[in-house]
Ligand binder design. Structure first.
Ligand code: ATP
Ligand code: MG
Length: 556
């Protein structure tokens, strides 16, 4: 993973505090090496927050020459799906990371976790509770009020084992019983008030089918899975800080031989003008606010890929924002800056007109064309590749580059004014021909090889504008994206907060002929307009469709 661009973003941490922990552990000989994991629940597509966790966990494995596992935390069969598993594997690989060994699943450990649990019961550290879910909640107490012991808390180990085996055999209906750890109902940490370890749920699991009528809870599964895999540093987001004592309690209660994994928390990424909750993302997709999980306006990895972001740019972004211990919001600007910085040297320059206005060059012969040679990389003297640009009697310019009655600050075209066509001649506008409704149908112009002093810039300087030939250009559809939310820190109230104008489509755009060959995954800079890519779903040679990846200007 190489990151050439200097760190200049609001990196909150002074260095990476997680590396300090790992360095300490290595120095003390606590672990023989460094093993991390990325543990998604397959209940949605990965988003940019996950990318941060992926870059961190896989990045540490690279730095310490260790290992990083990909493990699906698949303990909730009702919400999980194979579609999500496939997309997650694809996204991790696309980001440029390779997991160690084969993909792992918490469900691979169901038998082993079940065996561990019988040991806990035998030790008197877990019991079968007959309280309903609601009663368990009522007995739990609050932050200010201690909890109450369940009346079933003092069952003998024999009775608990007997009942637990019957739970596993599927003898009881969903929710009628649960298995709980026996810790302390008065603990100030609510996570330690006899947390549920297993619940009865007769659901078909995407991997284990109907083999299990009971499923271990996330907190319980996670620490055992980490321990089984020999994870050394189990890195998670801050909301798990209060769960760490349960994590440690379970491994201690099971007499897990050291070295046991160490849980370390960091701040989750919040990105302005978007949301990261998988539940909300699912709602955006299901309620058709967007066109699917890979809609380029979403913050999912699949969406960023389709939008044209590069894996390098996402890694660069994650590296620049750094790892912090305190929650914060990151400006969208930093994501856009990373993609601009990455594409600036990679993307060839070409021209396209989104909203065409015809200019007829009346002193140019009807059936004559001229080829100009234009460089793909005008700013890089070492790259000399060029493409021909065809000039002809009728050309298109951007409608926004013309004004009938231009104000002072508008230096581009107007009646009586002159502009410079990028890589071509100068044109002078004599008249705007209007339709009956007052709109402009075409401009009557003449060309010259040298400026004639009618430019509107300082000292009669003509502005430079982009253009394409009328006959020799390619019709195309171009989609521009804006922020999905109107407010910088959305709370998830979609109807109020969603930006109704996040997608703008230009269906009559025209592209210069060089773009006829634009293939999938190729990124281009359309001069003055931004960076673009062919849309992986909609683009065909018959119906060219481009997405704008990002504009050219760094705007905050
Ligand atoms: P959500 O709350 O949106 O459902 P999650 O945390 O439940 O997300 P998981 O699939 O459990 O999603 O996440 C896998 C890993 O990614 C976890 O280790 C989690 O800590 C990390 N992660 C999730 N969201 C973020 C985020 N916004 N920033 C950094 N890491 C994240
Ligand atoms: Mg989670």
């Amino acid at each position: 993973m190489s990151l050439e661009i200097k760190n200049e973003a609001p990196n909150e941490s002074t260095g990476n505090f997680i590396r300090t922990f790992i360095d300490e552990d290595l120095l003390n000989g606590r672990y023989p090496g460094t093993v991390t994991r990325f543990p998604p629940e397959p209940n949605g597509y990965l988003h940019i927050g996950h990318a941060k966790s992926i870059c961190l966990n896989f990045g540490l494995a690279v730095i310490y020459n260790g290992a990083c596992n990909l493990r699906f935390d698949d303990t909730n069969p009702v919400r999980e799906d194979v579609e999500y598993i496939d997309s997650i594997k694809k996204d991790v690989s696309w980001l440029g990371f390779t997991w160690t060994g084969s993909v792992r699943y918490a469900s691979d450990y169901f038998e082993q976790i079940y065996t561990c649990t019988k040991k806990l019961i035998q030790k008197g550290l877990a019991y079968v509770d007959d309280l309903s879910q609601e009663e368990v909640r009522n007995y739990r107490g609050t932050l200010t009020k201690p909890g109450q012991n369940s009346p079933w808390r003092n069952r003998t180990a024999e009775e608990n084992l007997f009942l637990f085996r019957r739970m596993r055999a599927g003898e009881f209906p969903d929710g009628s019983r649960s298995l709980r750890a026996k810790i302390d109902m008065t603990s100030p940490n609510i996570n330690l008030r006899d947390p549920t370890l297993y619940r009865i749920r007769k659901a078909i699991h995407h991997r284990t089918g109907d083999e299990w009528p009971i499923y271990p809870m996330y907190d319980y599964t996670h620490c055992i899975s980490d321990a089984i895999e020999g994870i050394t540093h189990s890195i998670c987001t801050l909301e798990f800080e209060d769960h760490r004592s349960l994590y440690d309690w379970v491994l201690e209660a099971l007499d897990w031989p050291p070295p046991r994994p160490r849980q370390i928390e960091f701040a989750r990424l919040n990105l302005e003008y978007t949301i990261m909750s998988k539940r909300k993302l699912l709602q955006l997709v299901k309620d058709k606010y967007v066109e699917g999980w890979d809609d380029p306006r979403l913050p999912t990895i699949a969406a960023f890929r389709r939008r044209g972001f590069t894996p390098e740019s996402i890694r660069l972004f994650c590296d620049r924002i750094g790892i912090a211990k305190r929650d914060s919001w990151i400006e969208y600007y930093w994501l856009e800056k990373a993609i601009r910085d990455d594409l600036n040297s990679k993307a060839p320059r070409v021209m396209a007109v989104l909203n065409p206005l015809k200019a007829v060059i009346e002193n140019w012969p009807k059936d004559q064309t001229k080829e100009f040679q234009a460089p793909y990389f005008p700013d890089d003297p070492n790259r000399t590749s060029i493409r021909p640009l065809i000039f002809e009697r009728e050309i298109y310019i951007e409608a926004e580059d013309f004004m009938l009655d231009p104000p002072k600050k508008f230096y581009r075209l107007g009646p009586g004014r002159e502009v410079h066509l990028r890589w071509g001649f100068y044109i002078h506008c004599h008249e705007a021909v209007r339709n009956e409704d007052g709109t402009i149908s075409k401009l009557r112009c003449t060309y010259s090889e040298e400026p004639r002093g009618f430019g509107a810039g300082p000292g009669g300087q003509p502005a430079i504008i982009h253009w394409v030939p009328a006959k020799n250009s390619i019709p195309a559809r171009v989609r521009l994206y804006d922020r999905l939310f109107k407010v910088p820190r959305p709370k998830g109230n979609l109807d109020k907060e969603i930006n109704p104008n996040s997608l703008r489509e230009y269906s009559e755009a025209r592209l210069e002929p060089a773009l006829r060959k634009a293939g999938p995954g190729e990124r281009w800079q359309f001069e003055r307009l931004g960076y673009f890519i062919t849309d992986e779903k909609l683009h065909t040679s018959q119906n060219p469709t481009f997405n704008r990846i990002v504009t050219l200007k760094d705007k905050r």
